[in-house]
Design a protein around this ligand. Structure first.
Ligand code: NAP
Length: 335
């Protein structure tokens, strides 16, 4: 089968389309024929950081058709349309833990299904499980035009946030956020986050922040939080890993600072994140309340071009690789 492989090298890895054997599902696993696979920002770093070890298949999510079922699996059968979270999705076939996949809601296309798992599982885990968001609270999402950001703002809005405040460095992107449930979009090219945020909340601040930008916005985020606010950091898009803080702010506002990543999670913790997202977000998808902005699609063969495009930061929402054009049909148009 054809697969996008990350081939490590001393100067950093490179992406190659290689022919490798179709894997065989073990106990508790499914073999999925992949229709499409979403791209995620973390994959750029994964290639760059691959300096040693064996080649491995790229991708952290996929949508496709179950083509074989391993021993002991219940609830899934050949032919089921599934979308799932797990490594190796950018190939014609992928192995998945049976608990890591969800049935694709009937109204979703393959491209939409491929755009769902990673960003919605991550955003739900950040906002709801770790951020302890409750209906009626207010939320701030940094870098809201990212795949993660658009998932977080929609979950917040559909689960009953009083205010959904969101930042973008682009006026054009900020202008599109209201369509996804944002009540106050902050255009950082002309506005200051803290001033705009205080104007939006009457000086109170927000209850939860979902932040993927990191060091450059840390101080503004602390100032944007209400008493008993929770700051959940899941990425460092700014490239800045460090920040300083006045501990008096932490103390007086009784804040919680939380980091989330899949890198230090056990398999059981990862599966629990997927199941929690399925419990809360799938009903919203089935009700037609969630949208999947897909900026561009690329063929599997063009995965390197897709990586270049994502780094240019021109996109709004997801970039999806079409792995089986015969399944995606007209959906798989070239950019
Ligand atoms: N912790 C986890 O479990 C987990 C899981 C998945 C992803 N992540 C992380 O989440 C982040 C978002 O991933 P994604 O795939 O959703 O990204 P993405 O779709 O590629 O997001 C790109 C957007 O982020 C904004 N951005 C880029 N550089 C920025 C900077 N220096 N300062 C402020 N904003 C910046 C830009 O939006 P504007 O042009 O609108 O400003 C850009 O269009 C990444 O850091 C990724 O590694 C973490």
């Amino acid at each position: 089968m054809k697969a996008a492989r990350i081939v490590p090298g001393p100067e950093g890895g490179r992406l190659e389309i290689l022919d490798i054997p179709v894997p065989v599902p073990g106990p508790g696993q499914l073999l999925v024929r992949v229709a499409a696979s979403g791209l995620n920002r973390g994959e750029i770093k994964q290639v760059r950081n691959a300096v040693k070890g064996a080649p491995f298949t790229a991708g952290v999510e996929f949508a496709g058709i179950v083509s074989a079922v391993g021993a002991g699996v219940t609830g899934w059968k050949e032919g089921d349309r599934v979308m799932g979270h797990g490594n190796g999705g950018q190939a014609e076939y992928v192995l998945a833990a049976a608990r890591a996949v969800m049935l694709v809601p009937a109204q979703l296309s393959w491209l939409e299904a491929a755009a769902f798992p990673n960003v919605f599982i991550t955003a739900h885990d950040a906002l709801v499980t770790n951020g302890e968001f409750r209906p009626g609270e207010s939320v701030l999402v940094n870098a809201a035009s990212s795949g993660i950001g658009l998932a977080a703002i929609q979950i917040a809005a559909r689960m009953g946030a009083a205010k959904v405040i969101a930042t973008s460095r682009s006026a054009a992107k900020a202008g599109r956020l209201a369509e996804y449930g944002v009540t106050h979009a902050i255009d950082l090219s002309t506005q200051d986050q803290v001033e705009a945020m205080h104007a939006a909340t009457g000086g109170r601040g927000v209850d939860v922040i979902v932040d993927s930008v990191g060091g450059t916005v840390f101080e503004a985020n602390l100032q944007s939080l209400a008493v008993k606010g929770r700051l959940v950091n899941l990425g460092r898009l700014s490239g800045s890993n460090t920040a300083t803080m006045n501990l008096e702010t932490l103390w007086l506002k009784r804040l919680k600072l939380i980091g989330v990543t899949f890198r230090t999670r056990s398999e059981e913790e990862r599966l629990a994140c997927i199941e929690a997202c399925a419990r809360d977000v799938l009903p919203l998808v089935q009700a037609g309340s969630i949208r999947f902005p897909i900026d561009r699609t690329y063929r599997l063969d063009d995965v390197a071009a897709a990586h270049e495009y994502i780094q240019a930061d021109r996109h709004f929402g997801k970039i999806v690789l079409v792995v089986a054009p015969e399944l995606c049909g007209a959906e798989g148009s070239e950019p």
